[in-house]
Design a binder for this molecule. Sequence first.
Ligand SMILES: [Mg+2]
Ligand SMILES: [Zn+2]
Length: 201
Amino acid sequence: MRQPPAPAAFLDRDGVINEERHYVHRIEDFVLLPGATAGMQRLQEAGYRLVVVTNQAGIGRGLYSEDDFARLTQHMLALLRADAVEVSGVYHCPHHPEAQDPRYRLDCDCRKPAPGLLLRAGRALGLDLGRSVLVGDKRSDLQAGRAAGLARCVLVASGHAITEHDRAHADHSCADLAAAARWLTGAGDDVTETGFTQGQA
Ligand SMILES: [Mg+2]
Ligand SMILES: [Zn+2]
């Protein structure tokens, strides 16, 4: 029996869940950001299924392997599960138009800002994309969310440096995933807000 479509909270990984570092792929470089698990707990309690969507061009560039990525993913899921956070899916794009490995050298439809990862997750998990949301730390995350037709896209300042121009692509911008989850679940803003802009329809 197929479940009725559920809304998802699509989460970028680096800079949203864990500290942004250059091509994170080793377990010792994976450091959860403060408030990340609290934010994810809040989102799942509000009925969102949690789906991680992450560009992993380091695979195509030969910096690390699919196995390295899978190992780090298992580590992340175990850390989160210990805090009662259940992730429904982790979707990654290993491609890059200039990848060394020809298997990964393509202009794919899944590297954000393209919406392929979100659309694939939507089909596989039976998600209601029109009621789904996204939290990212880059403009390309927001663009992927828009292209997939999501309800709300939130920009957080816990990863990459963000500009006013980036914020103009967001429905809301705030400090981190915990603050984003409060806003998305109607729990109000907090004093650490970094700004608010209404995204274009
Ligand atoms: Mg990121
Ligand atoms: Zn791709």
